[in-house]
Design a protein. Sequence first.
Length: 294
Amino acid sequence: MWPFRKPVDLKATTTRPSQPTDVTAVSHLFRAAGRRFLATTGSELYTAVEEGRAAILEFGSDILAVAALSKPIAHVVWLRALAISERLYPRDAIKLLTPALDQVARSHAITQIYYAGDEQTDQWLRAPLEAAGYHHQTDVVVYEKRGWEIPASGNPDVQVRPACAVDLAEVLRLDTRCFEPQWVKDEGILAPAIADGSFFVMAELDGQVVGYSYATSHFGGRLVHLVRIAVDPEQRGRGIGVRLLAEFVTYAAETGAGLLTLNTQAYNHHAQRLYRWFGFAPTGERQPVLCRWL
């Protein structure tokens, strides 16, 4: 057991950017680490390591901790993965890793690093991150709806159709226009979502794409989660969002889902008014979002 090993001399540790040859050791660390945070897929983690978007903490030839970043979008990234050996306290590891991760971020022209964990991860990770200079920015709040009532169907002139692969470029353009950089979804998320084919729809008005929406299904279809509603900022106020929300509820009814859920930022009061009017109610769950400005 690690408590009986020789204590790590923190002054003898070193930090550096990751390199492709680290993938095997990083994989082993994530399997064996006492503390882990993983908000991405394994393949995306290894790509981040290969591309130098991770910081490594070493003691001799041993990798004791690693922190990896998402792909940058407009100078913004998310902390997507962190693993710490049981030989280190999380606060010590994060204190040592933070300057190295800052250096990695700056080498990719990044100015902001965001973090959002779950309740279990926050219990051990949030305090060390705050001690290292991450500050609370907002909360992601959760809404749910039981039942399929639709108070309005939105703009009847809006045509809604299933998305297909050729829509990806337009979806990416819309996402960039509709959301702040930290909330924009990249091709790695949106392309598979379109290919999944369950509920990913495009909204068109006067022959122009003006919005899109997609959802995911869970627990054998009993729960459907609305991942995104995006409406071109120049087209807002024309009932497009209502039309897309009505389509989502209709889809949930047709598939027999008993619970509908969605998330939004605590400061997005306009969206929350729409969701409440549509019969969604806050669950009380809140996910804190931290940010470190470089």
